[in-house]
Each structure stands twice: as structure tokens, then as C-alpha cells.
Design a protein around this ligand. Sequence first.
Ligand code: CDV
Length: 313
Amino acid sequence: MREIVIGGAQLGAIQKADTREAVVDRMIALLQQAKGAGCDLVVYPELALTTFFPRWYIEDSAEVDQWFEHEMPNDATRPLFDAAKAANIAISFGYAECTPDGHHFNTSILTDREANIIGKYRKVHLPGHSEYDTERAFQHLEKRYFEPGDLGFPVWRNMDALMGMCICNDRRWPEVYREMGLQGVELVMLGYNTPSVNSQMSDEGLEKRLYHSDLSMTAGAYQNATWVVGVAKAGDEDGHPLMGGSIIVDPNGYVMARAETEGDELIVHACDMDACAFGKTTIFDFGRHRRIEHYQRIGTQTGVVLPDAWPTS
Ligand code: CDV
């Protein structure tokens, strides 16, 4: 048995005016709670340090820059790293990254139990748009503020397990889990900021949004025989509701823990990494069963190409 007690540290709303220091204090409070619950690893949401700023259309690059971190850890986040090291708990969280050469990514990092960063992932599937969209109820400008990630979907050895990350919209794409599945991943960690309503379909409400979120993560877990931990930033941010629904999913696709609120909330489950072995050696033994000679489109084609038209007689 390779048991890792995992905490999903859902964060409630972060307002525009909230400082990073105030958010880090909340993250440390959840970490202390996780310590009390015996956690070895704590997963926080996407863009955990700030409000979900891509809902705001900003033209001034200096104003945009305030949402980005130029180094990690930095003065604001170092107390979190120190607390994690003192607690002997590995952590994963998301933030907006500006690289030394000026590139902008939606990033997550993973540490070991000594708070050393051992993994970095940059979000590949950026949703939304890059210019102000008058047709939407609210904006989702990730394509304006971020470049698509340039690191692929790496998997790292950490705490005697194989761990990978993705971010929010990535969770809806089966290719993401399979890329990591093909590296033997046993734990996929992801954070999200998902609006409670669809900005392009006003009658799509919370129930369907939560269902699609669950569906994506439970399918990804089952089809790759891996644990999946999905953690929300939830609640009402400056009048814009984000859904909760943080879950820990086992390698059979069952939800083992679920958040009940839209506030700061810790969900916990003792996850046995050895539970991945059965699926990986039987129905999802990729080496024996995959038929890559029939999968060319997956790696070479983005959009849909319809079959030839019906023959006309
Ligand atoms: N932050 C996100 O990537 N949010 C998307 C929204 C736009 C649907 C998501 O997939 O949850």
C-alpha cells in the first residue's frame, strides 16, 4: 500500500482588492487544518493568489502586470512555503507567471515535502477569447493574457508516486489525461475557476456545470486508472459567481470526497497509489491494447474534417 493522504483546499472568493498576503494567510489556515487531518499533500486551485482577473478587459499592460508573479516563491508566498515545509506537507497551487523574458502563462507548481518546487505545468487549453466580446454576459480573456503552455504534460516522481498536473479547462480534454496516462500517472492534480453560469448560454446553470466537471474528471480517472484531485476557487468574486464542486476521484472513477460549500473548505481522502495497478494492468494496459495505427487524427488534426458528401444518384 502506498497511501498519500491528500487534501483538496478549495478557496472561496477572492475579491479584486484582496492582497496576496491575505490570500496566503487563508491558504496557510487550510494547510494547518490539513496537518490536523494527517494530510501529506495539499492541492489548491488555479490562479490561487488573486481574483480570477481574466474576467476583466484591461488594455494597460502595467495594470495587467499586477496580477502576475515574477518569481516563485516570492515575498508574498514564502510564508506558505515555510509553513508547508514546517508541516512536512507537499503542495500544489496555480498562479499567473511572468517569465524573466516576458512570457505570460497560467501556471501550476508542485513541491516535495520540503517545499522544493519539483514540477511546473503551464496551462495548454486556454478557453475564452482575446478581445472584448459584446455577445457574452461576461468576459473570459485567458487568450488575451496568457500564451498556451510550452511544457507539455509532464509526470514527476514525488512521494513514491507518479504525479502530473493540468489546469481547469484542461480537465475537459481526454488527451490531457492520456498524455499523462502514457507516462504511468497515478495522481492528476488540477485547480479550476469555473463560472457558475455559461457566459454564452444564460440558461445553462450550476447543475449542468457541476455535472460536466464531475463527468470530465471521473472519466479521466477511470480511463487512465489514476487518482484525480480537482479543486475549485468558488464563490462570488466581484458579482461573478464561481462554482465549487471540488472532488477527489479514485482510479475507478468514484468520487471519494466532495466539497459542500462555495467557501474555503478542505476535503480529505487517504489515496492508495497501488489502487491504480489493477486498471493499468488489465483493461487499460495501454501497451497491450492501444491501436495507435488507427489514431493518426488525434495527433495531426485539430478541427473536424467531415467524411465525403453523400453520393448523389
Ligand atoms: N478557467 C477556466 O479554464 N474556466 C473554464 C470555463 C471558461 C468554462 C472551464 O473549463 O472551467
